[in-house]
Design a protein around this ligand. Structure first.
Ligand SMILES: [Zn+2]
Ligand SMILES: [Zn+2]
Length: 191
């Protein structure tokens, strides 16, 4: 079960009812959940980012027979390294999501095939449990940019001596060549 995996990563005590939503107990067609989780409850790859502030989850859960649509947002702050200067910096995340949860193991279900035509993102749940930890984790990964920058104007590192050009300068001479232009230059030479 997913719970043991989540718990093994948790830095503090996490009650099952916090991260795992028992939809089997859901009687109302719509439930609103606002919860704050300690940063340590989510496993992340530290080479990509780490969660640096409590996670705030606000979600409306709508039940439609065996399907549950979760619409909301997850907010937190992550710490990650700038892809240009390699310095750690904090990035605030505020990621909206709209995910449809289907019961696992019903792939032959015509209802499910119909869902695949939609633009909604879909996920699966089993044992009447929706894993909010996994949901938040996926949203965080989606929200973190592929090439994070500490600032738009980050000057990066000197390719020659490695000096951080945001905070220092060096005497290296370098002419930056757009790699696309370099390819064009080479093509011209080859002709
Ligand atoms: Zn930077
Ligand atoms: Zn240099």
């Amino acid at each position: 079960m997913i719970y043991s995996k989540v718990c093994a990563w948790a830095s503090g005590p996490v009650r099952m009812s916090d991260l795992l939503l028992d939809v089997g107990q859901m009687r109302d067609p719509e439930v609103r959940i606002d919860r704050t989780f300690a940063a340590g409850v989510l496993p992340t790859d530290p080479r990509m980012f780490r969660i640096a502030a409590p996670l705030r989850l606000a979600v409306v859960v709508r039940k439609d027979r065996s399907q549950f649509r979760l619409v909301g947002r997850v907010r937190t702050t992550v710490a990650l390294a700038c892809s240009r200067c390699l310095e750690d910096f904090a990035l605030e995340l505020d990621e909206p999501f709209d995910v449809l949860y289907l019961p696992r193991g019903h792939s032959g279900d015509p209802e499910e095939r119909q869902v695949e035509d939609d633009d909604l993102s879909t996920a699966f749940y089993s044992d009447n449990v929706i894993d909010l930890g996994q949901l938040m984790q996926e949203q965080c990964y989606l929200a973190v940019p592929m090439k994070p920058l500490c600032s738009d104007g980050c000057r990066g590192l000197c390719p020659e001596c490695g000096t951080n050009l945001n905070s220092g300068s060096c005497n290296c001479q370098h002419v930056w060549v757009d790699p696309r232009m370099a390819v064009l230059e080479q093509l011209r030479k080859d002709q």
